[in-house]
Design a protein around this ligand. Structure first.
Ligand code: ZN
Length: 348
């Protein structure tokens, strides 16, 4: 198969608000890389930060940069050292490119490598006709997982990594923040055998989407309902066993600590906008365990999420917009409205 010399790419071309569709050279691969033809991509909150060119993006993203890190596609070229992968193989992949020298990598905790670089952030990304990726990062897609789900495995992986931080079997789980990752975490918690799963937000559209994706999860608008009342209504004697914080909101974390049992556990994925005051004495006296969650475990999270998808986990309804890539402006507008779930762009 002969490859074209240039491709479409959605690029941060200038240090200002926006992304631009450009013609870019098809990447050349190294001996340990593969070239992937992109079929579908998901728009992430990270991409919105890059579009908006906020303080984080200005400090982090060199220009020009092809954005995007949530993708599914097909392998069209193999580097000469690559074994175990085939041309034509459908795949997604881990967007964190890691080294092998750090203590963490050498102990197998690749997701904790301090030298991690992100595709679409620090290295050229997936919003393009073709993506160069280290073969190590490739995750083959089974036939029964469609491209549009392949394109959201990165955020689903965040949800799975966070939700599986603690044993959820028979536990009562509180999730604060009903964005797409919070909603997917609710579905995962259900799948993993939690007894009650409650998800909170202050945005009624997001809570409505949560009920569509996970009909067996209790949604709570914390501007209208009290979490104490809800936990009593559900028959909890003391409160929730496990909290998954997905909003970055200080009030949400306060409510979580308040409504957790003695000895409860919290996994934090939401990112507060800056330094945020925390009532540490309450956390100490309640003997609460807190874990920060970064990325996805390579590659245990990927293994578990694909296994769960093949075993009945259904997150497909979290995708609310499916658009050809030429309509990327509509996709980004939907994301920015706060009323969408995942937005998937088709490249083929
Ligand atoms: Zn993402």
């Amino acid at each position: 198969m002969s490859l074209p010399n240039t491709m479409k790419a959605l690029e941060k071309s200038k240090p200002e608000e926006g992304l631009w569709m450009v013609q870019a050279p098809v990447p050349e691969i190294g001996p340990d890389d593969v070239l992937i033809r992109i079929n579908a991509t998901g728009i992430c909150g990270t991409d919105i930060h890059i579009w908006n060119w906020d303080d984080w993006a200005q400090a982090t993203v060199p220009v020009p940069m092809i954005t995007g890190h949530e993708f599914a596609g097909e392998i069209v070229e193999l580097g000469r050292n690559v074994t175990g992968l085939q041309l034509g193989q459908r795949c997604s992949g881990e967007g964190h490119v890691v080294g092998t020298d750090s203590r963490q990598s050498r102990s197998g905790k690749f997701h904790l490598d301090p030298g991690t670089r992100g595709i679409g952030v620090n290295v050229q990304g997936a919003f393009a006709g073709y993506l160069r990726l280290p073969a190590f990062n490739v995750v083959p897609l089974p036939d029964d997982i469609p491209d549009e789900i392949g394109a959201i495995l990165d955020p689903l992986g965040n949800a799975v990594h966070t939700a599986l931080s603690y044993d959820l079997l028979g536990e009562d789980v509180l999730i604060t923040g009903a964005g797409p990752i919070g909603i997917m975490a609710a579905a995962v918690a259900r799948h993993a055998g939690a007894r009650h799963v409650v998800i909170t937000d202050i945005n009624p559209d997001r809570l409505a989407l949560a009920r569509v994706v996970c009909p067996n999860v209790r949604t709570v608008d914390v501007t209208a309902e009290d979490l104490h009342d809800v936990s009593h209504e559900l028959g909890m004697k003391q409160g929730f066993d496990v909290g998954l914080e997905m909003s970055g909101s200080q009030q949400a974390l306060d409510q979580m600590v308040e409504n957790l049992i003695m000895g409860g556990k919290i996994a934090l994925l939401g990112i507060p906008p800056g330094k945020s005051p925390v009532d540490w004495s309450r956390i100490v006296f309640k003997a609460i365990t807190i874990k920060g969650v970064y990325g996805r475990e390579m590659f245990e999270t990927w293994y578990k999420m694909i296994a769960m998808l093949q075993n009945g986990l259904d997150v497909s309804r979290v995708i609310t917009h499916r658009l050809p890539v030429d309509q990327f402006r509509e996709g980004f507008a939907a994301m920015k409205s706060g009323q969408s779930g995942k937005v998937v762009l088709r490249w083929t």
